[in-house]
Design a protein around this ligand. Structure first.
Ligand SMILES: C[S@@+](CC[C@H](N)C(=O)[O-])C[C@H]1O[C@@H](n2cnc3c(N)ncnc32)[C@H](O)[C@@H]1O
Length: 346
């Protein structure tokens, strides 16, 4: 039995060391540990892993054993040697060949998000995202900073795509969308959610609306199969250019990037473009009514502070943006997953 003081110290240590846990995962992904072990015909010892990866044997062994404690790897002894293989978790979410692999998101978090979080205190002081401090790029135009190179744009789009391989089903099934035949995914990025939407609702057509650079990158790196004629791309600026006509506008992880003023402006533009009887589906991670949880969404909200101009919001805060823009009958559905859905009617 530990005293309350000891328990508090243990909790404090867990928090102070939390970044080390992330770094173990980031490094193992970056080095290709999980892919190597999934492709190997049998479990590998740490010397064999080091030889394949061209890494230092001591560092490799320390990394592998820590991955075991984190349940990212399993270890067993064969012929007196410790050999490692993937766990269910890493096989499902960290091996590139898995349809649910989150590897691009992990790399994006490691290479970009983590560096912005290094300036969290500064972000709390000045209320600004931290691209200037982390990467030396000005952030006067948010998405110019986010897409500061072609490689960064591709990684960001790949990372965002990964999440929908797990969370796409629950958010698209939160409401029956079968009555909406013409759908526009506003700020739809690579088209990952549009593809799932088209697969789930066979009678709909989906237009992905995004900036010209993103549409070009999507066509080059995330091609839609030729036989899939129900998905198309449309390029423009959603704050200024005409929006495609639709029955349903999807806004997935878009409003959380922006201030209330910018969100109101965008929602008003969508309301004007929306066909009568149509609606808007907002997909975001919802805060509890009092804003004090869930912890993951609070952390996402701080992430919006260091990486964007926005924040995560409560259902009431989304309703307060939707109603003045002319949307009614606002319904919220928590999915139990990372992302939730709000449907509102024009
Ligand atoms: C956080 S991402 C979300 C992407 C996608 N909806 C998803 O959930 O994976 C925000 C998207 O909004 C797009 N975007 C940002 N500003 C835009 C603008 N002014 N006009 C059109 N698209 C914009 C970005 O390019 C990006 O694809």
């Amino acid at each position: 039995m530990s005293s309350p003081e000891e328990a508090a110290y243990r909790l404090l240590t867990e928090y102070t060391n939390g970044f080390m846990v992330s770094q173990v995962l980031f490094a193992a992904c970056e080095l290709g540990v999980f892919d190597l072990l999934s492709e190997a015909p049998e479990p590998l010892g740490s010397a064999a892993v080091a030889a394949h990866l061209g890494t230092c044997p001591r560092g490799t062994q320390l990394l592998l054993d820590t991955c075991v404690s984190l349940k990212l790897l399993q270890v067993q002894t064969r012929g007196g040697e410790a050999v490692y293989r993937n766990t269910e978790l890493s096989s499902t979410y960290l091996v590139r060949a898995s349809p649910k692999c989150q590897g691009n998101m992990v790399l994006y978090l490691a290479r970009t998000t983590y560096l912005c979080w290094g300036h969290l205190a500064q972000a709390v002081r000045d209320g600004k995202n931290q691209y200037r401090k982390a990467f030396g790029v000005p952030s006067d135009d948010l998405f110019t900073a986010i897409y500061r190179s072609e490689g960064e744009r591709v990684l960001f789009m790949r990372g965002l795509q990964d999440v929908w391989s797990v969370s796409g089903g629950p958010v698209l099934e939160a409401f029956d969308l079968s009555a909406f035949r013409l759908i526009c995914d506003v700020g739809g990025g690579s088209g990952a959610l549009a593809k799932q939407c088209a697969a789930r609702y066979p009678r709909c057509r989906v237009t992905v609306f995004d900036t010209p650079d993103v549409v070009r990158t999507a066509k080059e790196h995330f091609p839609i199969p030729e036989e899939e004629e129900r998905i198309s791309f449309c390029e423009g600026d959603f704050f200024t250019d005409p929006l495609p006509e639709a029955d349903l506008y999807i806004l997935a992880r878009v409003l959380h990037d922006w201030s209330d003023e910018r969100c109101s402006h965008l929602l008003t533009r969508i309301q004007r473009a929306c066909r009568p009887g149509g609606g808007v589906l907002v997909i975001e991670s919802l805060l509890d009514a009092d804003g004090r949880g869930p912890l993951t969404t609070q952390l996402y909200s701080l992430n919006m502070l260091v990486q964007t101009e926005g924040r995560e919001r409560t259902p009431a805060q989304y309703a307060a943006l939707l109603a003045p823009a002319g949307f009614r009958a606002v319904q919220c559905r928590a999915t139990g997953g990372l992302y939730d859905a709000i449907l509102a009617r024009r």
